[in-house]
Design a protein around this ligand. Structure first.
Ligand code: C5P
Length: 230
């Protein structure tokens, strides 16, 4: 993976035209985009092919949590689209994680990343759904170890857990970190936010930046501020 592509811009839009306009505006400033369920559902896979045809890497954030056969099928479909990353929920357990990893084998450039605890969740949310972990960090570490043991290439985790994860997992696994905000900005719904510089400093391999760039009056300048801060 191109080292310049460690900042991933999340195309969280509900229509293809808005996403294409942002991609055109950023031009060479961004080489790696995240396409999530909102844009995939509204725009379809053609947009992913278009991004690939323009030479961009694509992180397809499918957040898979299904029976293993369905997960494997979705991972193969993502691989056929030429994406660089796809996500599966570690909460699905070893069977689902392994299905994703095995399905990705025929696509050498496709990395399988496991979601641990989504960044909007707090300890009380975990308790509400019956998870008795002492803290979100404990649950993140548990799921991350499970995912790496199942062969996943890395994990998604909030800035606050990156340091503990890097220490627990060692240097190899990818750690992709959403929930980053520019210094001084509002936290935008992230219960466990942090700055880009702090995330990379703690050991993140990639960060995902959304609204701080995509909703900025000048997205190129905003992305420049993200780069300058790392
Ligand atoms: O907040 P921002 O617009 O930067 O979000 C970028 C990405 O971070 C989103 O596409 C979403 O997947 C992820 N995110 C998250 N937890 C939140 C909010 C966003 O993981 N609370």
């Amino acid at each position: 993976m191109n080292n310049g592509n460690r900042i991933i811009v999340a195309l969280d839009f509900d229509d293809r035209g808005a996403a294409e306009a942002l991609v055109a505006r950023l031009g060479d400033a961004c080489g790696h985009y995240k396409v999530g369920l909102e844009l995939l559902t509204s725009a379809g896979p053609g947009l992913v092919r278009e991004l690939r045809d323009r030479g961009h890497e694509v992180f397809l954030d499918l957040k898979l949590f299904e029976i293993p056969d369905s997960v494997a099928g979705a991972v193969r479909a993502a691989g056929a689209l030429g994406v660089s990353m796809v996500t599966v929920h570690a909460m699905g357990g070893t069977g689902i994680l392994t299905a994703a990893v095995e399905a990705a084998r025929e696509f050498p450039r496709l990395r399988v990343l496991a979601l641990t605890v989504v960044t909007s969740m707090t300890g009380s949310d975990l308790a509400d759904v019956g998870i008795a972990a002492a803290s979100t960090e404990e649950q993140v570490l548990r799921l991350a170890r499970l995912a790496v043991a199942a062969g996943c290439d890395g994990v998604i985790a909030s800035p606050r857990e990156v340091g503990a994860l890097r220490a627990a997992l060692g240097p190899e696994p990818l750690i992709v970190t959403p929930g980053v905000t520019l210094p001084g900005a509002a936290e935008g719904g992230h219960a466990r936010a942090g700055t880009p510089g702090a995330a990379f400093g703690a050991g993140a391999s990639h960060i995902v930046v959304g609204r701080s760039v995509t909703r900025a009056a000048d997205p190129v300048a905003a992305l420049g501020r993200v780069r300058a801060g790392i």
